[in-house]
Ligand binder design. Sequence first.
Ligand code: SDX
Length: 437
Amino acid sequence: MSATPSNVGPKAGTVAVQAAGKSVELPILSPTLGNDCVDIGKLPKETGLFTYDPGFTATASCKSAITYIDGDEGVLLYRGYPIDQLAKESSFLEVAYLLMNGELPDARQMGEFDHDVAHHTMLHEAFKNFLGGFRHDAHPMAMLVGMIGSMASFYHNDLDYDDPEERRMAAIRMIAKVPTIAAACYRHSMGWPLRFPRNNLPYVDRFLHMMFEVPSEPLVLNPVAAKALDLLFILHADHEQNASTSTVRLVGSTGANPYACIASGVAALWGPAHGGANEAVLKMLAEIGTAKNVQSAIDRAKDKESGFRLMGFGHRVYKNFDPRAKIIREMCHKVLEELGIDDPLLEVAMRLEEAALKDDYFVQRKLYPNVDFYSGIIYKALKIPTEMFTVMFAIARTAGWMAHWLEQQTDPEFKIGRPRQIYTGSGIRDYMAVDKR
Ligand code: SDX
């Protein structure tokens, strides 16, 4: 696992800050790609000043060599490889190796990685007890958080974070078991018996088999569905310091068990402002119903009082098309055609995108479709239920979360994350007895 490059350091000079009658020169750090950053480490000591940036809109939390996004140009690189090339040429498991190790595997390395993942897909039988404790109608993301968190109870005491092989095995176990857990959550909600992973199947086929195979008849795996899901997993595998990855890093910074870190990432991903948007998009499209209702949806999204947002639109970083959304939009047409599905929601989505991209409100705010806008239409075509959409996102993002956890463990600047605040509460005051209040 490659540590973050040490060559990222003060190269572009300094910036002077005058405050409280003091002046301090702050070093500017230059990245391989992207914006220079001001290192404010010595600001409090030299001037007594903190910085304030709710939502971390302009604050780098770490140095990382895993993924780079150019939001203005709509560029996404995994370890320097453009997402459209990886989408065309690679597989999800190869991308998981790349994210974790920093380089594409040769044939031997890929064979070993595939073998290791395939032979860690099973769950301890005690997992069934956890699963049995959930109501059949529990949201699968709630089950996923609980089940992944419980993995920490199976692999904790003997986990030595200082041992690279132990860290590698934690990543292998997580990437291997998350599809098994996800499929188990789905089957619990359906009241079906669980299915064991078939090690002779490729990663995505193995997952689809665990999801949909029923005892009464053998499952015929559709290569179009498997290829589409593998591609969606590649596109969702990592995305720099998004909310859920930052959560994994913050929890990881305390030295918490890696499975507990991933459970926290799943919890953060669930929110409709983040990974939960793919489920919310499909519900929004279904609610709009037909193309003739598109303009009223646009008008509602522009009305601050409505509290309604166009789900699947906008992004903190992309102020241009999300490159993943472009690939998924093209995939939509191809997959629905190959599966012989005519989904009216695709027409609604396309009309909605067309109307928004012509509307000044969206143009001025640089709001474009993001990764979640079209993905749900493909998941629906693959017969994945809406409530499982964000679980699909979590399966893929587990590769990125583990890559960031591994990178963090060897980061020379590793320290516990502990933001400051602007205190707006009461000044100091004495306790008052209840009869005096
Ligand atoms: C993901 O970070 C990542 O990389 C995330 C992700 C990943 O791979 O990990 O890419 C995955 O989470 C994609 C985003 C999925 N979420 C949605 O699709 C939900 C809808 N979008 C938004 O809620 C919003 O766009 C965010 C959360 C994605 C980004 O929010 P920001 O950057 O905090 O932007 P903002 O809320 O400050 O919005 C800026 C302006 C505001 O209007 P003004 O106050 O300037 O008048 O744009 C408006 C917002 O009201 N706006 C929208 C809108 N998104 C922003 N208005 C209508 N519909 C929207 N979708």
